[in-house]
Design a protein around this ligand. Sequence first.
Ligand code: ADP
Ligand code: ZN
Length: 648
Amino acid sequence: MAIQRGPSPSPPGQAPNPARAPIPQARNPLRSGRFWITLGILLLINIFVTNVLLAPAQPTTITIPYNVFKQQVAADNVVSVTTTGDAITGVTKTAIKESASSSVTATHFITQRPSFADDQLEPLLEQHSVTINAKPENPPPPLWQTLLLSFGPTLLLVFGFIYLIRRAQSAGGTGGLLGSFGQSRARLYDPERPATTFADVAGIDEVKQELQELVDFLREPQKYEKLGGSVPKGVLLIGPPGTGKTLLARAVAGEAKVPFFSQSASEFVEAIVGVGASRVRDLFMKARTAAPAIIFIDELDAIGRSRSSGFRIGGNDEQEQTLNQILTEMDGFEPGKGVIVLAATNRADVLDAALLRPGRFDRRVTLQPPDRRGREAILKIHAAKVPLAPDVSLDEIAGRTPGLVGADLKNLVNEAALGAARKGETSVNEEDFYEAIDRVLLGTERHLMLSQADRERIAYHESGHALLGLLVPGADPVRKVTIIPHGGSLGVTISSPIDDRFNYGEDYLRARIVGALGGRASEQLVYGSVSTGAANDLQQVTMIAREMVVRWGMSAKIGPLAFNDDPSANGFGNRPYSEATARDIDTEVKRIADESLAEAVRLLTEHRAQLDALAKALLKDDSLGEDQILAVTGIKATQVAASQASTR
Ligand code: ADP
Ligand code: ZN
């Protein structure tokens, strides 16, 4: 792939402004390499001359014991001495031997005066008329050192200033001394090399068609200009995470062979306060220089949240400035300049209205999680990179993975390939894929030491879910139940629809709630008490029940009204309904949950024998597949299918 990550393509210190770049800058001696080389050579010569040529020739000097030295003084053989602290060097009239056994003789000697020596040395030297010199113990540092210490810091400061000023000048209008902090770290995708194309995107053909127009425009902007056609400046890609928004934006750039500038909105406002706006300015400036080009802003909702949505805590100004800068930049485009801004979000409903006005992000493209055919097509793209065994049916796998998006499917293929590699296989077979589905849906297995009592409770909990999945009309078929801990949960029951569902009936939602309460109901029935194991189930129950009441009009008491809360208003006013309605909503949600729990308990009590059988089988085998569950409970697959068909 031709993706070039890493630092921005133009290094700091290079003028980003195209109008300034071609003007040759005056040569600065400090910048030229020859200057520094010459300086270095001069320094070396200097060191050589002072230390080698000018150094005084050293006479041979011997080290002698202190008492030998005193003997020499007494013998009138010493002419002069020089002391540095307790070290004494001296010159003798006639050469003396270093030691009795040594043959080395010299007139220069050195000796060390012991610290306990009595102070009779001076009178002795006087007596024998020896010249006495003394040097300070720490000789003054040489001149160059003194100079360096006194002028060095000042020079350093001056050079530092010169350097900073030069940098600031070359950073142009991007904010003076701090200019380089504001440079966006947009990554440039080299248009020369092949990049992502529409062939890498599967399952969203309608969307590809919509974006084809952008590609055509970017390839031949003049053609569109001549016809006076208006091409959108901004396109908003809306869809849940992993549906391929980034991929699609990249593919547009790849198809059009134009540079791709990508930046996550949250990165605009990270770290240093006050640089968000300047990063935006810089990003747009670079894109305009490279036009035709694409700017991609990921997670636009991180800064583009509606400003009217009440109370926001922290970072408010920063986000607002950054957002304003984006709006200003988009307004500032001349039409037909060839820069198109693509932005991704998974929540178009919370975006500021100013962003959606004409001339800004006025076109929207919605990406849905893929259907079965789409999943198969996506699997085909990613499976093309791995060797598949002949028994693999991608259609079958697509059928087993409703709800998974492109990123999940890519991960699934990868997990299957890893699994095959672990087993030392040469190709990826069906079994590898099924194991990968389990891993992707369940998370990886955890090895926990659980007591037998805990395992039994978990077995009953999961059996409750599984049994209700079979008994409640309209529930999705149960595919698998396990009491092996996975990810964050101690046991899991997986059920998935036969086909993709895009519309949910009230029966189905009720069945989901009853099924989710099955674990708790089972524990209550068998042990007379409940445990913390149902926390996730209860969260799901609350969410579905609440949506039924406030969003889908499924409560007779509330009626056919929608009271969608704005999630960005953290409870500070903004509730578009009265206190009384709020209370009604709460009681209705509670009523649905209570009724469902009663139904769950009733069904499990009625089918207690099957519940016990299922729990026992789970304790024995840890995991049960669809067929095993049916066999253990004695429920016929046709019964289940019939109950589902009845609610369709
Ligand atoms: P988003 O930006 O919507 O969160 P991404 O574009 O980052 O999702 O998708 C992550 C990865 O998932 C992509 O790099 C791609 O490999 C894969 N993917 C997602 N959607 C598709 C698709 N429709 N076709 C092929 N691959 C896809
Ligand atoms: Zn549960």
